[in-house]
Ligand binder design. Sequence first.
Ligand code: GLV
Ligand code: MN
Ligand code: MN
Ligand code: MN
Length: 398
Amino acid sequence: MSDLAGRFRELWDELAPVGRAGSGGYLRYAFTEPELWLRDWFREQAARRGMPVAEDGNGNLFAWWGDPDAGDAVLTGSHFDSVPHGGAYDGPLGIVSAFLAVDELRAAGIAPVRPVAVAAFVEEEGARFGVPCLGSRLLTGEIAVDRAAELRDAAGVSFAEALGDRPAGADPALLGRFAAFVELHVEQGRALVDRAAPVAVASAIWPHGRWRFDFHGEANHAGTTRMADRRDPMLTYAFTVLAANKEARLRDAHATVGRVSVEPNATNAIPARVTGWLDARAAEPETLHGLVEAVRAKAAERARRDGTELACTQESATPLVAFDGGLADRLAALLDAPVLPTGAGHDAGVLAAHLPTAMLFVRNPSGVSHSPAESATDADCAAGVVALARVLEELACR
Ligand code: GLV
Ligand code: MN
Ligand code: MN
Ligand code: MN
């Protein structure tokens, strides 16, 4: 094992037990105990490196190498939070790699000419409060403070309560300090395995969003209600899931219903209400729009047949992100890395509308993400750190 791979493993092992469930996956939701532990760990890592930490009033942390007031800073970093039973790498890899990249540069006697900041963005997955990239959306003003403050988790706790204050919202002065953002992230599919490369540069993020489908019917007895008399929202829901799958396949797009809630959720009762959350993504916005409209129309038609009622609400939207082409080409040439698009959302996608932004992906041999099976070898993680260090050197140290 190379020295760097060893150092990566040492630091990585500090995080490994934090928020790990019996499934082997992680439960690291924003402002819950494991995530608070990770935030403290971030502060401690920054302190060890003499990097002052500032919070932006939205829950995002920034550790500075160099003078924060100097301007033209290069921002890197990612997020700590996970989806339910998520993988170890999605998020934390970008933060750990950022600290190690700073170490690499320092060990080589390289100092920043422009400051470098390492960020930990809050609630990237939207797993607790429902809106992904909440921290970066607040920082950039892409979500209204009132709406963000009132987002609630399953227990009814609001984001403002979890944060301990009303979020500060857009901070143009802070954003204005950054000349570029580069987020390193584990690859979330098989693209790099198939290309035999440890690191890639991102070209684009597919447009995507979340839609909540509420199906209302009539709760009734499972044993005594004749089949013909039922108004069963589970049927409409089930049909809608199949329709989403079919419509996505027709368009080479992606549709997922990964979350469902049923009331009253009893084996021997026809449900009164079923809510399913549709996550839909496509390469082009028109395709995404067509997909969601087709699913909506089919669900509405089926609701008429089932005697149920449907309400559909869009809960989040992320437009097509084309990363800065000049920056992507420059980094791909610097690293001799392939360039690829992704269907996954990232804080980099939100920040890309505000400053030149790029992403580096580190190979994931399992090709699986948002699952405990997500993986990366220590050697590839070390290659990711080297790549990020070279990028920071190129952007901040020349
Ligand atoms: C977050 O990782 C997403 O793509 O939903
Ligand atoms: Mn994720
Ligand atoms: Mn992520
Ligand atoms: Mn993501």
